[in-house]
Ligand binder design. Structure first.
Ligand SMILES: [Zn+2]
Length: 151
């Protein structure tokens, strides 16, 4: 039967028989605690002194857990405080790097005096001129059509 290993661990103690780790457990259908040594098995004596000692261990475990939780929360807050400062330092160089990368890219179109920007500018002006001419022509045709219709 493996019922003993399924019972929850209520407390941990140093084993009386070997000095190793042992667990205080309790069966669901029993009032008595027992000690489960990982190496040497179960200590199930139900003597009142042993039961009182085990009950004290079990009740004392809640204090130990709360102490551990408090120390963990303190450690977590310390870690968060330590992490927030380096995070600020990491952000500053990122911004500086972004600016440094953008500046040379801005100089590139200015340094070469090639005809590309000018030719493209002329291309746009030509296109606008053609569109303006077409618009002017259409307006003229519309005016002529109106004049023709009016007559
Ligand atoms: Zn033992």
């Amino acid at each position: 039967m493996s019922k003993s290993s399924n019972n929850p661990i209520l407390a941990t103690l140093t084993c009386d028989c070997c000095g190793g780790t042992a667990y205080v457990k309790k069966r669901v259908n029993s009032k008595n605690y027992y000690i489960h040594c990982k190496k040497h098995g179960l200590e199930q004596r139900s003597g009142p002194l042993l039961q009182a000692k085990l009950a004290e261990l079990v009740s004392g475990k809640s204090e130990t857990v709360s102490e551990i939780t408090e120390s963990l929360s303190e450690a977590t807050s310390d870690i968060e405080a330590n992490l927030s400062e380096p995070a600020k330092h990491e952000w500053t160089p990122e911004v500086t790097q972004t600016i440094e990368v953008e500046e040379p890219s801005r100089d590139e179109p200015i340094q070469p005096d090639s005809n590309e920007p000018q030719s493209s500018g002329f291309g746009i002006k030509k296109t606008l001129g053609v569109l303006g001419f077409v618009g002017f022509t259409l307006a003229t045709l519309k005016a002529a059509a109106k004049a023709a219709t009016g007559n």
